[in-house]
Design a protein around this ligand. Structure first.
Ligand SMILES: [Zn+2]
Length: 81
């Protein structure tokens, strides 16, 4: 069975589904008895999901700062033209 450090080393591979049967089994066994690593993997999963969501969330409207910057730029373009 893996130690905590070995689980941590393989955590991202596990989440990406890139681990073979044996390493996965070893991690499962470790997670069954180690609460710290369970929390670690869970945290990592959540972070991954949030990152994936941020990557695909392009329907979020731009913030005021960005809108102001865009408006300013358009004004500059107009005065130039
Ligand atoms: Zn552990």
């Amino acid at each position: 069975m893996y130690r905590c450090s070995e689980v941590a080393e393989r955590a991202s591979l596990l989440i990406d589904g890139e681990l073979g049967f044996l390493p996965r089994l070893n991690i499962r066994l470790h997670l069954a008895i180690c609460r710290g690593c369970r929390a670690f993997i869970e945290q990592m999963r959540i972070t991954r999901e949030l990152t994936a969501m941020a990557d695909t969330a392009d329907d979020i409207p731009p913030g005021e700062e960005i809108k102001a910057a865009l408006a300013q730029r358009q004004m500059q373009l107009k005065t130039k033209g």
